[in-house]
Write a protein that binds this ligand. Structure first.
Ligand SMILES: [Fe+2]
Ligand SMILES: [Fe+2]
Length: 379
């Protein structure tokens, strides 16, 4: 077997590695390799790029492709066999880690009326965003939550959770978001199946929404009782979220880069809902076209309402309701609502809490062309 030629990443820039190959150096590199060592200067420019170079590429998964694909799954596989009957959204640049973008996983799950998934917990933090159907519920740490379209539900890491659909409901489809690839990159993942396969509820249905869901008032008598590192409010319903966006749009111009954007927050701390995954909902007014910018952090977008397009690193992705697209870290992006009369809403989940906690957040406006990119391709 012949060894593949060694790559030498040279840059003719002061301060960067620029070492020419010679037979003598090649022999030295070979000797190092035989002892599982290597010369940093041959790869330094690659492993320490000038700026983030994500392996993820901009992607869109259209509902018109996803829906028929996920509807086929119940004809082929039972939930008992599969554990979770899910179609993954796989970024071509991140296939080896099953990521939709960066170190974030996303999948589309389907459950038929009367189906119940086994209770489990894992080190990955998880969320679901409900797309279709009636009668779906999730139980998280003993709390049963009913799930409606565009509701956003947390299953924080370490919490027992399970999903099901009432026998009186209809086939339900939702989007899962987890940081499985991050947990695996850190070699920190665990997965446990509940010893009884199902957990028992220990509080009334939707109790966290009743306790913490009002937003501007919070139960003072519980302020110091909640010590867990995630939001005590586990479900964020669509109707009050949309109302908050609409009310804000009446009195505020919002961000030039994101329009009216609201972050889902832990009502106790005001911080992100979970330690490793953040989420937000943004509203683009009729005809609104945001300015382009880029920042660190990987983002999965789900179109909650409306139609428009986003331009990501020069590629235009046209989207409509229920489509999912991703923005890789440090990719220049801007969003446009194509409708003259209707607003458009984009749900996102992201790894910003990780970026911010580790001091890795960086942001830059796109300076050229009035803040808009030139479209070079369309998907
Ligand atoms: Fe799970
Ligand atoms: Fe952004």
């Amino acid at each position: 077997m012949t060894a593949s030629p060694r790559k030498n990443y040279r840059e003719a820039v002061p301060g960067r590695a620029n070492v020419a190959d010679t037979p003598e150096r090649d022999a030295y590199y070979d000797a190092l390799e035989r002892k599982e060592m290597g010369a940093l200067w041959t790869v330094a420019n690659k492993i320490e790029p000038w700026h983030p170079v994500p392996q993820s590429v901009p992607m869109i998964w259209r509902w018109s492709d996803v829906r028929p694909a996920i509807l086929r799954a119940p004809e082929l596989v039972s939930p008992e066999e599969a554990g979770r009957r899910v179609i993954m959204l796989v970024n071509p640049g991140r296939r080896e880690v099953s990521a939709a973008v960066g170190l974030l996983y996303s999948g589309i799950q389907i459950m038929a009326p009367g189906e119940v998934a086994t209770s489990h917990k894992h080190m990955a933090s998880a969320l679901r965003f409900i797309m279709e159907g009636t009668g779906a519920y999730t139980i998280v740490d003993g709390e049963r939550m009913t799930l409606g379209i565009n509701d956003f539900v947390l299953t924080p890491n370490g919490t027992w959770h399970e999903h099901g659909v009432d026998a009186s409901g209809s086939t339900c489809i939702w989007q899962d978001g987890l940081d499985i690839p991050l947990m695996n990159a850190l070699d920190a993942n665990f997965y446990t199946v509940h010893p009884d396969l199902q957990q028992k509820t220990n509080q009334p249905t939707d109790s966290s929404v009743r306790l913490y869901g009002a937003g501007f008032v919070q139960p003072a008598y519980l302020r110091h009782a909640w010590t867990k590192p995630y939001s005590p409010l586990l479900k964020f319903e669509w109707a009050p979220t949309y109302d908050a966006l609409v009310q804000a749009a009446r009195v505020s111009d919002g961000s030039p880069y994101d329009g009216i954007i609201m972050e889902y927050v832990n009502p106790i701390t005001g911080g992100p809902v979970m330690q490793t995954i953040g989420a937000s909902m943004q509203l683009l007014r009729p005809g609104e076209h945001t300015k382009a910018h880029r920042h660190t952090g990987s983002f999965v977008y789900r179109v909650a309402k409306g139609q428009g397009y986003s331009v990501i690193d020069g590629q235009r992705l046209d989207w409509r309701e229920r489509d999912i697209f991703v923005v890789p870290s440090w990719s220049v992006h801007e969003h446009a609502n194509l409708a003259d009369r209707d607003d458009a809403c984009l749900f996102t989940f992201n790894d910003l809490p990780v970026m911010q906690a580790l001091g890795l957040y960086a942001e830059q406006a796109y300076p050229d062309n009035g803040g808009h990119q030139t479209v070079v391709s369309r998907a």
